[in-house]
Every structure is written in C-alpha cells, then in structure tokens.
Ligand binder design. Sequence first.
Ligand code: FAD
Length: 278
Amino acid sequence: MYDCIIIGGGPAGLSAAIQLRRRNRSVLVVSNPAAQNPLSKAEKIDNYLGLPGLTGAELLERFQQHAEDAGVEFKTGRVISTMAFDGWMLNVGAEVYQAKALILAAGVTRAAKYPGEQELLGHGVSYCATCDGMLYRKKPVVVVGRSADAPQEANYLAEIGCQVTYVSPQQPKGLNPEIPYVKANRLAVEGEGSVEALTADGAKLPCQGVFILRDSVAPTDLIPGLETEGGYIKVNRHMETSVSGVFAAGDCTGKPLQVSKAVGEGLVAGDSADKFLD
Ligand SMILES: Cc1cc2nc3c(=O)[nH]c(=O)nc-3n(C[C@H](O)[C@H](O)[C@H](O)COP(=O)(O)OP(=O)(O)OC[C@H]3O[C@@H](n4cnc5c(N)ncnc54)[C@H](O)[C@@H]3O)c2cc1C
C-alpha cells in the first residue's frame, strides 16, 4: 500500500511526486512510456523558467531524474480502472496497486468514444486484453489498435486462443502476420445487451468482444463521480477534485496547457495529498 499513487509521469505528476517525497510519503508514479509523453515531442521549450533552450525530451529527462533521486517509485503501464476500497485500488494491465490517496496528472485525453462503446462497456467491450482475454478464448474478438502496444496485446489474445481481427487506421507494427488486419477509421460497437459486432467503415465484423486499446482513459471513466467542467477535471485552489482523496494537476485540469502551470499545480496537489494523509 502506497501513501499516494500518481497517474501520469509528465511535469505535473513528477512535481507532485517530488513534493510528496519531501514530506516523506511513499509514492508510485504509473505512466505510459516517457517516449509517448507529449512533452517529449516538443523541439524546444523556451518558456520554462531558468532552463531555456532544452528540447522537451531533455526537460522531461531532468524532471524524471530528479524524481528518481528523490526516491519516487515508477511503474510503466496504463491505469485502466480504479476502485475505491480501503483507499484506492488501481488496475495496471492485470496487476493491482493500492494507495491511500490518488493524484490524476494524466494530461489531456483527446480520444472521443465510439458509438456503442459506453453502453456495452463490461458487456463485451473491454480496455484490457490481459485482464479479460481469457473470457473470450475460442471466440471472435476485434482489437481496436489505438496505442503503441496494441499489436502485442492482440498477439497475446491470439496466443491464448481468441479468434482475433485487428482494426486500426494505419498498418500496425509488430502484429502477428496470421492475425487479419482491417484498415478503418469510423467505428461503432453494436449489440443488444452484449457485443455482437464492430462496424468498421461500414463493414460489419461479427464478434463477441471488442478490445479498445488507447494510450489514455478518460478521467471520468477511471473515477466514477468525478466532476468535470468544459471537458477538464474540476478542481479548487487546493487541487482537490469532487471526490475525497483524489487530487488533479496539469493539463487535465484545463488551460493554459503549459509546463510551468503543470509543475506548479503538481506541487499544490502533492501538498494537499500530504495534508489529506495526515
Ligand atoms: C509539440 C508540443 C510542444 C509543446 N511545447 C511547449 C512549450 O514550448 N512550452 C510549454 O510550457 N508547454 C509546451 N507543450 C505542452 C506541455 O507538453 C504540456 O503542457 C505538459 O506536458 C503537461 O504536463 P502534464 O504532466 O499535465 O501532462 P502530460 O505531460 O501530458 O503527462 C501525462 C502523462 O500521463 C500518461 N497517461 C495518461 N493516462 C494514463 C493512464 N490511464 N495510465 C498511465 N499513464 C497515463 C500520458 O501518456 C502522459 O505520459 C507542448 C506540447 C506539445 C505536444
């Protein structure tokens, strides 16, 4: 059991983590690989105080090193669900982690849901191949590949005996060549009460399971009851969200979407989580 788990290893999450370590709290940062962080795509950051001229990747590397030196623990992976139970339980793939407090620092979630996705979530729609794959052995499933690791997840489903079709807008890298691939962009999940098919650019692919694998999960899907405003997580000046023991910082709380604001909010969220833990 950690004192605090932070979802997102960007500037906001790392700043919060360092602040919590300064208060001697145990902290785990769970995040997608650093190479996928939006900051690592920035050619040059010129408006971060005191460190002009670094590339985004260099700045992130410095933040990361600082956090490691402070004793922050890291887990590379995607948080796909949480449950309020004796604090918070988090599913990272098939693994479970627990903490007394949570900080959401997951950046901006850009993906819109597909028609039918929300209605059939848990009734054939899943966000985790390793968690739910066994339920679909010998059954037809479709993997919607929207993350870098989606081909590996599809390969895993095929290995355990699922009849996999892979759908994505671009030819995937690393997909088992025996898995049929369908190039498509407009998708809809169909079924009455449970999944019956995925429609891909108008073509119907009959299936019993649809694995939708994206890099991020909407915060409102992670934390039921979380209030938002204009598409961002609603927070007060203490970075408290509408859910007790859950704090948020950085791009996920709204504009300006900038490193300095993310770092500042991370510090406040870390401090507030520390007070909550008291
Ligand atoms: C090309 C580009 C140039 C930019 N240039 C500048 C600039 O010059 N100056 C400036 O100040 N800002 C700039 N920015 C913006 C800056 O990158 C962001 O404001 C900043 O990274 C936000 O930090 P954050 O910690 O809130 O979120 P992020 O940096 O987005 O970090 C969030 C992390 O959480 C991960 N994550 C999300 N959901 C989950 C989940 N469920 N499980 C695990 N991990 C998850 C994400 O993959 C990501 O790695 C630029 C951005 C881009 C894309």
